[in-house]
Design a protein. Structure first.
Length: 140
């Protein structure tokens, strides 16, 4: 069985690479404060995107984005507000909440975990073609 934390970390690395390749600057990964955690905070132009990444190796429990419920949305919004208040130069930006949903091939994830390559999994060996992405903009 694959460790869900490892799957999540792999998904976050893949999502960060996807955003960077789409012209976003990654400001924070796994931003944490007393209100909660945001997987990725990215900037493109005058937009700051607060991104929740959900990764699964199958859809037997539903699509990954379906795990972003009202409780999770509230935590993300509170965390985003805390981030904005504590980063005054960013207060003039527009803000958006996104979900990146990834369905990863189980064998690819197992290989990445077994090879202990989670940290480098967005390198040459693994690319977005190995994963099924669904970038759900303005999710909240």
């Amino acid at each position: 069985m694959i460790d869900s934390k490892a799957v999540g970390e792999l998904g976050e690395n893949i999502a960060a690479r996807y955003l960077a390749n789409s012209g976003y600057a990654i400001l924070e990964k796994n931003y944490t404060c007393k209100f909660g955690e945001i997987d990725i905070i990215a900037k493109k132009g005058m937009v700051i995107a607060f991104v929740e990444v959900k990764t699964r190796t199958n859809i037997s429990y539903g699509y990954p984005e379906e795990a972003v419920n009202k409780y999770k949305i509230k935590k993300i919004k509170n965390t985003a507000n805390f981030f904005i208040v504590n980063n005054k130069p960013l207060q003039d930006f527009n803000f958006r909440f996104d979900v990146i949903s990834i369905i990863a091939d189980k064998k690819i994830v197992e290989n990445a975990v077994n090879a202990n390559k989670i940290k480098n999994s967005v390198g040459k060996k693994f690319c977005s073609a190995d994963f099924n992405f669904k970038h759900i903009k303005d999710a909240f």
